[in-house]
Design a protein around this ligand. Sequence first.
Ligand code: CA2
Length: 144
Amino acid sequence: MTQTILVLNGPNLNLLGQRQPEIYGHETLADVEALCRAELGEGWELSFRQSNWEGQIVDWIQEARGGTAGIVINPGALSHTSVAILDALNAYEAPVMEVHISNIHKRESFRHHSYVSLRADGVIAGLGTEGYAAAIRRILSLAG
Ligand code: CA2
């Protein structure tokens, strides 16, 4: 049976590699998707998505219930504001890994708090895009 890992990216992450490389690096979101796919062996599928819309991300989390092995989520700026994404994740049963490309704790104080961290089983910040690969590996290991 094939199992699926869902990778969700929030607002502005479609711009990755095009602006602010000193903070987010030079890789594009397509590069990040390839990095994630490279972690998966036979029997695993990746669903990799990005949206600038909070409600779209909530819908995707709801749809993932009962049919996915875990979620890797970089909620972008919604990390710091979205109770709706937290509520959706609280209704999701499988592991959740939160990823931030930058070290949010080294940046402005408004980035230090994440609502998503109240639900996440693990939080990765400051590893650059390698954090996504680490998050996928963790979900694979939790899935046994
Ligand atoms: O470090 C991260 O991954 C963040 O989740 C990225 C968000 C930021 O609001 C969070 O505080 C930390 C921003 C994503 C926007 O990414 C851009 C990439 C290139 C150019 C402009 C924005």
